[in-house]
Design a protein. Sequence first.
Length: 274
Amino acid sequence: MRSAGAVLVALCLAILASVGAGAQSIRVTGQLLAYQGGYVFFTTGDGFRVAPSVAITDAKTGGPTTLRPQPRIWAQATFDAQGTVVALALSCAPLPPEGDFALVRRFAIALSSPYPNPDLVQPHSTLPVHATQGSGRPVVVLFQVQVPATTPFDASIYITTDASDWNPQAIPMQRVDALHFRVVERLNVGTVFHYLFTRGSFASEERSQGGIEVKPRTVLVTNVDDQVYSSIVYRWADQSTGGELMQPNVFPTPYNPAPFPNLPPGIHTPAPGD
């Protein structure tokens, strides 16, 4: 009897321990931005480590799924007490809100420090090149950008860097939605370079809100597991200052007698009353 009682006590303790461990887990729902290199990133800008044995299931049935974690997929993420994602329940449709990212943000990977981005700068050709390839261990670096609403929907977005001699198509990015793009790179600790965004050429390079050239951003890969660089493009170089493309079907009016300021010399400019 004493032996049976000891077994019963041990079983109860095991059950309590299991319940306690489960009580420490946290669940949140959100839309995925990226899933790569043992990390999952959400559109909130938060990134978390994923357990090697992460359970990937169907959010509706709880059973196996053919879906894979990828941009725009919705997921219910379960965290263990150490802040590692141990389960992802996936769905193509939005999931009901659950949990609070504020509760797990302490587990998120480090966000890169912001850098000043003044409007008035020198042309790229006169900028000193400080690109260096680090010799430390490789770490995950996520680049994400929000582009202006005037960006053509079929546009491709690239990162151009001084490390690539400002090749306007150096690093192609992946579309997340109409206005957001991202790319995940593995860079060695100690790597330093400067970068800007383009639509594939220098003629379509990013510009400031006022339509003038911007200073390249700086990447400095430090000795942390991961880094996130978030940016906003306000305007493209091949678009007008007002953020819209030139409208060819404009006619002279008394309030705008010369809607075509770039006509060749010698061309008659309509005047009021013409």
